[in-house]
Design a protein around this ligand. Structure first.
Ligand code: EPU
Length: 445
């Protein structure tokens, strides 16, 4: 068997975990660096598969993009010669669509295929297309080759006002990239609020951009150029912090995640406390520890500052170890429970249900199916705890689900095999090494 982890369960994991740079910031800052007139060096970039893929894709365009140190990346866009993105590479990374921003700035026209990423829902890009149109870009889909083709009407991106009727994390970041070198002002109404977006704004403003957040809108005055003055260090990964927190609580362990601002995972910490988990916050680190029986605690996911959708799969694993019935209602993606059958293989007791929702269209962040055809939603699960989990051979469906299966296998009795290790490698730097340092018996095969 290849591309798998073997992990021995039943060991309380204890110790310190140094967090890596945030995947969902690193990807966007690397793309943003292609807008610059000079060479950019980004520090704290995680060595994960999604980043390697993105760097390969950018090199394919002709630009320089490579690791120059263990976690430092150099990007220089001056040699870009290609305005059509490679289909195979682009299909692997969700953020590849954002490359329209640097390519349109450079070539006035560009071609990018439908983006990839984890299959946790249909993940359409209608909000990004509407955004491009609102900022004066001509864009259309060519069904003959599956590419989106865009061109500028004038020399520069025009700018304008875009209202996100529903939030979009990557869409907001894309809007920022399109706006920062535009001819006139760009206003983004109802932008997403994730801290990774603030990191992007900070990076660009440090380099000459003029981006302001006022009253929940983002205002961007286009500037003529972006110049990097110094190395920029990206913030650490809060999704990684949450993952290790749950490793601690679910295995009755004690883990301190180092390099995190607690305000960025406030909603998670609140739920941990409600569930009876131990939390101690220090200036730059948080200790999560098992202190008493875990209590069933309900969760409804939502965009930041709510309980993030990325945290629901690990939370489900924790709730298999809680006494009583807990519920999780996923509101951001329409297909983020693919891991449930895998947890059932370990002996978890989980049932799907659909909570009553007053106004489906307003409540859910994803687009509801259109037309007259009836559709069935299964956006919530009930978890019946506490289950004594046992070992199994499990398959990873997506990144966060993969890490959650590792948590479940660490709780379960016996030795489990997790197939699809490379999906976990897309977003977790050295996960086997980090787990080994806190006592896990894990091997990559
Ligand atoms: N949506 C549309 N149309 C659009 C854009 C989004 O229907 O044009 C829908 C999505 O399908 C989803 C909802 O709107 O149902 C929210 O999507 P959003 O655009 O906010 O998500 P994203 O930008 O595609 C990023 C992260 C995800 C994270 C979400 C939520 C990156 C590369 N990905 O996705 O991260 O779950 O925001 O914060 O930044 C992960 O790291 O494992 C991951 C999936």
């Amino acid at each position: 068997m290849e591309d798998a982890y073997i992990i021995q369960g039943g060991i309380p994991l204890k110790g310190e975990v140094k967090l890596s740079g945030a995947k969902n910031a690193a990807l966007k800052l690397i793309i943003a660096s292609l807008l610059f007139d000079n060479e950019v060096i980004l520090a704290n970039i995680p060595r994960i598969k999604d980043i390697e893929e993105l760097l390969r894709l950018i090199r394919h365009l002709g630009a320089k993009a490579q690791f120059i140190d263990s976690n430092e990346v150099l990007i220089n866009s001056s040699s870009i010669k290609n305005s059509r993105i490679d289909l195979l590479h682009a299909s692997k990374i969700r953020a590849s669509f954002m490359l329209f921003a640097p390519l349109l700035n450079k070539f006035k026209r560009a071609e990018i295929p439908n983006p990839g990423g984890c299959r946790i829902g249909l993940r359409p890009i209608d909000r990004q297309i509407n955004l491009m149109k609102a900022l004066g870009i001509n864009v259309c889909y060519d069904p003959d080759d599956g590419y989106y083709k865009a061109e500028l009407k004038n020399e520069k991106i025009q700018g304008g006002t875009n209202i996100f009727e529903k939030s979009s994390h990557t869409g907001t970041e894309f809007a920022i990239l399109l706006g920062c070198l535009a001819k006139s002002e760009t206003v983004i109404k109802n932008p997403s609020q994730e801290p990774e977006i603030d990191d992007l704004i900070n990076f660009l403003n440090n380099s000459g951009a003029n981006i302001k957040k006022i009253n929940n809108n983002i205002y961007i005055k286009g500037v003529s150029r972006l110049i990097s003055k110094e190395k920029y260090k990206i913030k650490n990964d809060r999704n990684e912090a949450v993952t290790y927190a749950i490793f601690a609580l679910a295995t009755s362990g004690d883990i301190t995640v180092v390099g995190i601002d607690s305000s960025n995972i406030k909603s998670f910490i609140e739920k941990v406390r409600l569930a009876g988990g131990g939390v101690k916050i220090y200036q730059n680190k948080i200790r999560f520890f098992y202190q008493e029986k875990i209590k069933a605690t309900n969760v409804v996911t939502s965009p930041h500052p709510g309980f993030m959708t990325d945290w629901q799969a690990p939370w489900t694993v924790l709730m298999t170890q809680a006494s009583g019935v807990s519920t999780i209602h996923e509101t951001v993606f329409e297909n983020r429970f693919c891991y449930v059958d895998e947890l059932r293989k370990l002996g978890a007791q989980i049932e799907f249900f659909q909570p009553k929702v007053q106004n489906l269209k307003e409540f859910y962040q994803f687009n509801l199916p259109t037309g007259k055809k009836k559709f069935i939603l299964k956006q919530a699960i009930k978890i019946f705890g506490k289950s004594k989990l046992h070992n199994a051979v499990l398959n990873v469906s997506d990144l966060r689900a993969g890490a959650s299966l590792l948590i479940a296998a660490s709780v379960a009795w016996g030795e489990s095999v997790i197939c699809g290790a490379s999906i976990i490698d897309r977003g977790y730097e050295h996960i086997d090494k980090k787990l080994g340092q806190i006592g896990a018996k894990i091997k990559r095969i």
